[in-house]
Design a binder for this molecule. Structure first.
Ligand code: PLP
Length: 475
């Protein structure tokens, strides 16, 4: 593709995306294709000769759009939002066009230094302590997701707990145990499997009435393991659990970790960015004093497209000690000088994209005040939704909802609640998801998409309210 062709097709692509965003609200949120239907419309073999780019754009309209669930639809209230804002999408184009590979400072100085800067910016914006910044001896790295952050935190924790033995000799079978709450994200279990600990090394700590981790139960579990000769290596606390948005009491969990010399990783994938607002900064209480590592996903609630997890470590050497491998072909004078960060030592792959450019563009476009406004708007719309549910005696709200996630159900059997969810989703105007709360089926709304306004949240409530009587049947 020549530069002139790129210019022409590039303009068409930007128009296509802008048109898509303008019309997405008129599409059903959830795709109605069945398994295999997308593939069946596509040729089984790749083209032998090149095709005009227009043909690809035509297939976007004909096949990809109908075959997609529209996460950018303003009525998308399921799971967590995926923030493909304008500046983020434009930055993706710059990233691809620049096409640098940031494995070493030497291969991509701007990619490396911008990542350090932007993550230091974010740390400041959400009130993380100085020790998580480069100036403070720690530092941040962009990972693809919070699950990878859990994995690298676990590796670093095992390296520390084993006094450096893990990198050389692997994980000693049966020795290390790790803790999290029963409400934690499933990525943690994957991390234990990948490190070789296995899921049997996890102690799922009981939760309190508000579904947050019980620090007393944590202490009991750790004391029991320590007495049996096992080493408590890591505790993962969650700020904003996936199901209900519960916030573990890091300020109470931290001292327990200290007592047993265990690493404290804080998974704040969804809710960490709320701390940008002074009135919500409490979500990170305890992090400054106790966390060894911390991760939050701007790709959920901070208007930044997948994939973008901001992962921080207070002691970056615990991670680089376990992941640093320097073959001859990567040797260079900058690395040897010790004056630079080589991000290949902070992640699993060697190569890496210039992801930081995305958050840089988002922060520069919206400014800190614009981002705070987005968070506040979502929280206020969620509180309004919760107020509607609470005021209706056909429904119960099932968990505390200080931020933008609401779990609720009809006062009826699980099957009726499932039918309500299916009926509302089948309208195509909104999409909600579900979870289990204390063993009961719950409908779940998460607010925070780029285009979601109060009117879309009101539509969701109106549909729920109308369908509630229909699915519940006559009294
Ligand atoms: N942690 C929490 C609290 C989450 O809510 C999620 C996803 O929703 C994850 C971790 C997994 O994040 P990722 O998909 O970035 O690995």
């Amino acid at each position: 593709m020549t530069a002139a062709q790129f210019r022409a097709h590039g303009r068409a692509v930007v128009d296509w995306v802008a048109d898509y965003w303008e019309r997405v609200e008129s599409l059903p949120v959830r795709s109605s294709v069945g398994p295999g239907e997308v593939r069946a419309q596509l040729p089984a073999e790749p083209p032998e000769t090149g095709e005009p780019f227009e043909a690809l754009l035509a297939d976007m309209d004909r096949i990809v759009v109908p075959g997609s669930t529209h996460w950018q639809h303003p009525g998308f209230l399921a799971y967590y939002p995926s923030g493909a804002s304008g500046p983020s999408a434009l930055a993706e184009l710059l990233i691809s066009g620049l096409g640098v590979q940031g494995m070493l400072w030497q291969t991509a100085p701007a990619c490396t230094e911008l990542e350090q800067l932007v993550l230091d910016w974010l740390a400041g914006l959400i009130g993380l302590p100085e020790r998580f910044t480069f100036a403070g001896g720690g530092g941040g790295v962009v990972q693809d997701g919070a699950s990878t952050a859990m994995l690298i935190a676990l590796l670093a924790a095992l390296q520390r707990a084993s006094r450096g033995q893990v990198a050389r000799a692997g994980v000693e079978r049966g020795r290390y145990v790790v803790y999290t709450s029963a409400e934690a994200n499933c990525g943690f279990e994957k991390a234990t499997r990948i490190t070789g600990l296995g899921s049997s090394a996890i102690r799922f700590v009981d939760t309190r009435a508000d579904l947050s981790m019980d620090p007393t139960a944590l202490r009991t579990a750790m004391a029991h393991d320590a007495a049996a000769g096992r080493t408590p290596a890591l505790v993962m606390a969650t700020i904003g659990t996936t199901s209900t948005g519960a916030i573990d009491p890091v300020a109470l969990i931290g001292p327990v970790c200290r007592e047993f010399d265990a690493w404290l990783h804080v998974d704040a994938a969804y809710a960490g960015v709320a701390a940008m607002c002074p009135e919500l900064r409490w979500v990170n209480d305890g992090v400054a004093d106790f966390a060894d590592s911390y991760a939050t996903n701007p790709h959920k609630w901070l208007l930044t497209a997948l994939e973008f997890d901001a992962c921080y470590l207070a002691d970056r050497s615990a991670l680089t000690d376990v992941l640093s491998v320097l073959p001859e072909y990567l040797r260079n004078s900058a690395t040897e000088s010790g004056a630079v960060v080589d991000y290949r030592d902070w992640q699993l792959p060697v190569g890496r994209r210039f992801r930081a450019l995305k958050l840089w563009a988002v922060i520069r476009w919206y400014g800190a005040s614009g981002l705070r406004e987005h968070i506040r708007y979502s929280v206020s719309a969620a509180q309004q939704f919760a107020a509607w549910v609470e005021a209706d005696d056909r429904f119960d709200v099932l968990a505390p909802h200080p931020l933008s996630v609401i779990c609720f159900r009809l006062r009826a059997a699980d099957d009726v609640n499932r039918a309500l969810l299916d009926a509302v989703n089948a309208t195509g105007r909104v999409l909600l998801s579900h979870t289990m709360v204390r063993g009961q089926f719950a409908l779940r709304v998460a607010i925070g998409g780029c285009a979601t306004r109060l009117e879309h949240v009101a539509t969701a409530w109106q549909l729920l309210s109308e369908w509630a009587d229909i699915v519940a049947g006559p009294n």
